[in-house]
Every structure is written in structure tokens, then in C-alpha cells.
Design a binder for this molecule. Structure first.
Ligand SMILES: Nc1ncnc2c1ncn2[C@@H]1O[C@H](COP(=O)(O)OP(=O)(O)OP(=O)(O)O)[C@@H](O)[C@H]1O
Length: 262
């Protein structure tokens, strides 16, 4: 791929669901070889942005180019070349991991030989080797997420888009994914991911983008974000995305409502 050309280009991206304006004129360029953390409160528009990048959302306005392809006209090419791990794992649970990875690998035009060679190794890495032939309907949430992560990256894409990739993973698996992402970055891959795990985002991201109510409100390295508000990313996040003084009051209200049930 041409490393001089941006991996992701978004100009004036807006998206409405009915009356609700979910993305409000986003502008964003991501260059080759960065790990970009995309954070924001629930409902801020993170998943909608990521789905737009992968061609799963239509009806938006503005321009979106991924790996040089205009997503409106070349979404198939983007789907084939980009790695994507969705927020809610939609696995075909009647399949075993090996069957599922064969299915996904074929969609990415990998040879059956290559798929058969790498799938058991990747499952072993995620400690799923002994589950390779079991139906995924019996898998725990974390195990399903691990299969989803493998499926999203197995074709060795240059751009990996991850929506809450660490959701449901135990601390050792989180560590493993962090290590893998770090190594992929060293190979020149670009990783654009959303997460609510502020400590992880703080540690592994070259760049952090904060979205709130459909608008980008901060964009920079962790050190750059610290120039306006010191402290951990968690406290910067709270400062940027709103008043948190109501949290204690709301917790008290919740418990007092429960008390009334007695
Ligand atoms: N298919 C849909 N139809 C209608 N509204 C939608 C749809 N998908 C998302 N929304 C709304 O768009 C807004 C943004 O949702 P989105 O999933 O992008 O947020 P998010 O930042 O990923 O949130 P979270 O952190 O909770 O995953 C929310 O108000 C959500 O209810």
C-alpha cells in the first residue's frame, strides 16, 4: 500500500438516525502506522463512526475514504482489505472456531491451506486450542470475543478497526491483545479502536480522539491532552465530557429507590 496516502480520511461526516443527529460534521485524518484510541461517553457516536468506515452504515453525508477507497463506491474492497472486530460478536454459534475461521478466511480470499495452517496456531495463542472443535454456542463471552479478534485480524490487514475489542476479556487476555497491537504497530499496521478502558487507551495509543455527542472535542497524544487538564486519561475524559458531580447523587438516588422496595 502507499504509505504516503492517509489510511483514513473523513471530511464533514454527518449521520442522522431519524431525527437524531448522531455524527455532526466530523473531520479526521489518520496516517499510516498509528494506534488511535477513539473514546467517548455511551451513545457519543463511536460505533457509528467505525461502522461507517467499514461500509456498514449508509445514508451519511460527507466524504469517507479508507485505504484510498471512497467507501460509498468501494465498500466491498474496504471490507475485504480492512480488519474489523464489531462491538457485539455476531458469531455463527453453531459453528466451531475452526469452521468459523475457515468461513471468514474464505471471505477474505485466503486459501484453505493457509487458513488450516494458521487457525489452530491463533486459537492456541488465545488458549482456545482445546476448544477448536467445539460449537461456539457453549463458549463464554470472553472466548467468543477471542474468536472474533482472531477472525478480524487473520488476513493480516494493514488497517485494523476494533470496536470495544477488550470487552469481556480477562486481564491476561487484555495484556495479550495489548502486546499484539503493539507488535502490529511496529510492523507498520494502523489500528483504530474504541474502548472504555481508559488505562489501556492511555498506555497504548499514539493518538487519542475524544468524541462527545457526535463531535470531536479533543485530538492528540496523551501528553497533548494533558496540556488542558492534568491527571489520568480517566480524569481528562471526565473533565472533557461533562460534569461528574451528579454521579454520587445519582448513586444515592438509585439506592434510595431500592430502599423503598423493602
Ligand atoms: N441503528 C440505529 N438506529 C437508531 N439509532 C441508532 C442506531 N445505532 C445507533 N443509534 C443511536 O446513535 C447514537 C450513537 O450510537 P453509537 O452506538 O454510535 O454510540 P457509541 O459511542 O458507540 O456508544 P457506546 O459507548 O454505548 O457503545 C446513540 O444515541 C444510539 O442510540
Amino acid at each position: 500500500m502507499n504509505i504516503d496516502c492517509p489510511v483514513i480520511e473523513i471530511e464533514n461526516l454527518s449521520m442522522n438516525y431519524g431525527e437524531k443527529e448522531v455524527l455532526k460534521g466530523l473531520n479526521l485524518t489518520v496516517n499510516h502506522g498509528q494506534i488511535v484510541g477513539y473514546i467517548g461517553p455511551n451513545g457519543a457516536g463511536k460505533s457509528t463512526t467505525l461502522k461507517t468506515l467499514i461500509g456498514m452504515v449508509t445514508g451519511f453525508s460527507g466524504m469517507v475514504r479508507v485505504l484510498g477507497y471512497n467507501i460509498r463506491t468501494h465498500s466491498l474492497e474496504v471490507k475485504q482489505k480492512v480488519g474489523y472486530v464489531p462491538e457485539n460478536a455476531q458469531l455463527y454459534e453453531q459453528l466451531t472456531p475452526l469452521e468459523y475461521l475457515r468461513f471468514v478466511g474464505r471471505l477474505h480470499k485466503m486459501s484453505d491451506h493457509k487458513i488450516a495452517e494458521i487457525s489452530p496456531k491463533m486459537l492456541e495463542v488465545f488458549e482456545l486450542g482445546n476448544m477448536a472443535d467445539r460449537r461456539m454456542s457453549v463458549f463464554s463471552k470472553g472466548s467468543k470475543q477471542k474468536v472474533q479478534l482472531i477472525a478480524g485480524m487473520m488476513h493480516n490487514p494493514d488497517l485494523i478497526i476494533l470496536d470495544e475489542p477488550l470487552s469481556g476479556l480477562d486481564p491476561n487476555a487484555v495484556l495479550l491483545v495489548k502486546e499484539i497491537l503493539g507488535k502490529l504497530k511496529l510492523q507498520g499496521k494502523t489500528i483504530f479502536y474504541s474502548s472504555h478502558l481508559m488505562d489501556v487507551v492511555e498506555k497504548i495509543s499514539d493518538r487519542i480522539i475524544v468524541i462527545n455527542q457526535g463531535e470531536i472535542i479533543a485530538d492528540g497524544t496523551f501528553e497533548e491532552l494533558q496540556q488542558n487538564a492534568t491527571g489520568s486519561l480517566e480524569s481528562i475524559f471526565s473533565n472533557l465530557t461533562g460534569n461528574t458531580s451528579h454521579i454520587k447523587d445519582n448513586a444515592e438516588l438509585f439506592v434510595s429507590v431500592l430502599d423503598d422496595i423493602k
